[in-house]
Write a protein that binds this ligand. Structure first.
Ligand SMILES: [Zn+2]
Length: 263
């Protein structure tokens, strides 16, 4: 299985000046020139894709298991969300329910906490964890949390670039032997989406830590329920980590493709 160091190896090889790995390699006289960055990034992409599938399945399994036991406090996800927003003095955010499974999200544009039916009406640890997590985003918004602001600023750019990116990259690969320009533009656009997925990480981890601290302090959950909530949010965060790493591996594969054309 591909390790994290293998995922970052292509960066080290692509940007030798800034690479601690190259310093290490020079110190011990290790030859890095034979490394095929393109193949390495491709293997990393496949490994991350398989790992993402496993983590998603595990998350679904855990959520289903945590949804089977009723919460001691008897509160539903919607009631917990209402309590958390009130406790933080937030009165301009609406709590609503949305269709689908794991579709829960906070919308900063219309200031709404959108909970899936199962979380909104659910009275179990999974519902408590997810509802508090989404309210964690509302608290970030109210406090002007820097990474959320950066993420929100990137949303219109990323939704625009992700719409056209794939066509530009395909055109770039097709025209690669004539001109590198379309592929360079495509790689630039893809880099924006990679940056976006990495900025998402502190936003997600911070919302979860706000959620866990609050449900613990307010006695919303018992000790064993707290452990379940922590586990659910940790596995949910792992899906974001893998998405970011997958995007990075794909970006490196494209950079390697571009470099191959230049050689
Ligand atoms: Zn979130």
């Amino acid at each position: 299985m591909m390790s994290v160091s293998n995922i970052f190896l292509p960066i080290a090889v692509s940007y030798p000046q800034a690479s601690a790995l190259v310093v290490f390699a020079n110190t011990f006289s290790i030859d890095l020139s034979h490394i095929n960055v393109y193949a390495l990034a491709q293997y990393a992409s496949i490994a991350i894709c398989l790992l993402s599938f496993l983590v998603q399945s595990l998350l679904h399994h855990k959520m289903n298991r945590f949804a089977a036991t009723p919460l001691t406090s008897g509160l539903t996800g919607a009631q917990i969300a209402k309590k958390m927003l009130q406790h933080h003095g937030i009165h301009d955010v609406t709590i609503t329910h949305t269709s689908g499974k794991l579709t829960d999200h906070y919308n900063p544009l219309n200031k709404s906490v959108n909970l899936s039916e199962e979380v909104y009406h659910g009275c179990h640890t999974a519902a408590a964890a997810v509802a508090a997590h989404e309210c964690g985003h509302a608290v970030q918004h109210a406090h002007g949390y820097a990474f959320l602001q950066m993420r929100s600023a990137l949303v219109p750019i990323v939704s625009f670039t992700s719409r056209y990116m794939i066509f530009i990259i395909m055109l770039g690969i097709f025209a690669m032997h004539t001109t590198p320009v379309p592929l360079e533009i495509g790689v630039g656009l893809f880099a924006m989406t990679t940056l976006f997925s990495f900025i998402t990480l502190p936003v997600e981890f911070d919302a979860s830590s706000r959620a866990l601290a609050w449900i613990d302090r307010q006695g919303i959950v018992s000790i064993s329920e707290y452990k379940q909530a922590k586990s659910a949010l940790w596995w949910a965060a792992m899906t974001y980590v893998l998405a970011a790493l997958g995007s990075l591996a794909e970006l490196l594969r494209l950079v390697a493709l571009l470099n191959r054309r230049r050689d």
